[in-house]
Design a protein. Structure first.
Length: 144
C-alpha cells in the first residue's frame, strides 16, 4: 500500500485526458467497424433483411454508446471532468436505451426481423473493443 496519495501535475492530467479521448475514439471506431462487418456477413448469408437486422442490432448498442462516449469526451475537456455518479447513471441510461431500442426493433420490424442477425450485430458492437486491443490499442503498452 502507498503511504501517501499520488499527486498528479496538470501536465499528467492533460496527458491522461488526451489518452482517454484517443481511446474513446478508437473504441467507437472499432465498434462501428465490427457492426458493419457483421452486417456485410449477414447480407451474404441472409440477404438484405439479414443485413438490415444486423445493422439494427448493432445500432441498438452503438447509438447509446456513442452518445455516452461523446459525453465522456466532452467532460474530459472540463477541469472537473466527470465523476463516478455521472458515469454510473450514464451506464444505466445506456443499458436502458439499448433495451428500449431492441424493443423498438421488435415492434417496428415485426416478422421481417431476423433475430440471429440482430443478436450477431449487437454482440459484435458489444465486443468491438476486442478489435482495438488486437491491433495495439491497449493501455498496457502505453505510458502516461
Amino acid at each position: 500500500m502507498l503511504d501517501s496519495p499520488v499527486i498528479l501535475t496538470d501536465d499528467d492530467r492533460a496527458k491522461i485526458n488526451s489518452r482517454a479521448r484517443h481511446e474513446l475514439v478508437q473504441i467507437i471506431a472499432a465498434q462501428a467497424l465490427m457492426g458493419l462487418v457483421v452486417s456485410l456477413i449477414a447480407w451474404l448469408f441472409a440477404g438484405l433483411s439479414g443485413a438490415i437486422s444486423a445493422l439494427a442490432g448493432a445500432g441498438c448498442y452503438f447509438v447509446p454508446n456513442l452518445l455516452f462516449a461523446m459525453r465522456l469526451f466532452l467532460a474530459s475537456h472540463q477541469p472537473n471532468g466527470s465523476g463516478p455518479i455521472i458515469f454510473v447513471v450514464g451506464e444505466m441510461l445506456k443499458i436502458s436505451a439499448t433495451v428500449g431500442l431492441l424493443w423498438l426493433v421488435a415492434r417496428i420490424g415485426g416478422d421481417q426481423v431476423q433475430w440471429l442477425a440482430v443478436l450477431a450485430g449487437l454482440v459484435a458492437v458489444l465486443k468491438g473493443y476486442v478489435l482495438m486491443l488486437a491491433f495495439g490499442g491497449s493501455r498496457v503498452r502505453r505510458k502516461i
